[in-house]
Write a protein that binds this ligand. Structure first.
Ligand SMILES: [Zn+2]
Length: 201
């Protein structure tokens, strides 16, 4: 059990949440009356047994032993949320409602996964690089743009040689709004016509 005062956190040795017991990490996250009421939201049968343990890591091991890795994820999410609420009280003289502490913790893994997915997508986009064609071969890249608000679609095409130098390029503003598939097809056509006009093999 670690006394937070020894760590230089907080002037008062009593728990800022309940004000009754000496503060420790185990007390703040597991045995404080405020924490207990948050954990009451978790519908698992072994929650009561936690109070007989002495360390947060022992609780985590117990969950891993009797529950699942998803349970462990929930545990750390809620533990972090309880601790965050404790810091709000100490440093900002405010706090969250019990249901907010629980709700925030349960949204956190989902948001964390979503953020990771977004990061992964960015990395995928970053990894897509233009590569030059083999010697004496030209490369035609095309793209199209359309909108959902009735504005006209447009297409563009660019031809580069094997060194990456631009040989020709064109863009076309279409009369009307086309679907994504139509715009892509028109863009490909524009690229082929540009290459044909320039007699590029
Ligand atoms: Zn307390």
């Amino acid at each position: 059990m670690v006394n937070l005062k020894k760590r230089g956190i907080g002037e008062n040795e009593f728990c800022p949440c309940c004000g009754r017991d000496v503060e420790s990490i185990f007390h703040s996250i597991i045995s404080c009356e405020v924490a207990k009421r948050v954990w009451d939201n978790w519908d698992v049968h072994f929650v009561e047994n936690w109070q007989r343990l002495y360390d947060v890591s022992d609780v985590a091991l117990k969950i891993l032993e009797k529950g699942t890795t998803r349970g462990l994820e929930v545990f750390f999410g809620v533990a972090w949320s309880i601790w965050y609420n404790r810091n709000l009280i100490v440093f900002e003289s405010t706090c969250r409602l019990l249901c907010q502490i629980w709700g925030f913790a349960n949204r956190f893994p989902h948001e964390h996964r979503r953020a990771k997915l977004a990061l992964f997508k960015d990395q995928v986009v970053e990894n897509i690089r233009w590569t030059p064609s083999p010697p004496r071969v030209f490369k035609v890249n095309v793209d199209g743009a359309t909108s959902v608000d009735g504005r006209n679609s447009s297409v563009g095409a660019i031809i580069r040689d094997s060194c990456g130098a631009v040989t020709a390029a064109c863009c076309k503003y279409l009369q009307g709004q086309f679907s994504v598939a139509e715009v892509e097809a028109i863009a490909v056509e524009a690229g082929i016509l540009l290459a044909r006009d320039l007699k590029i093999p």
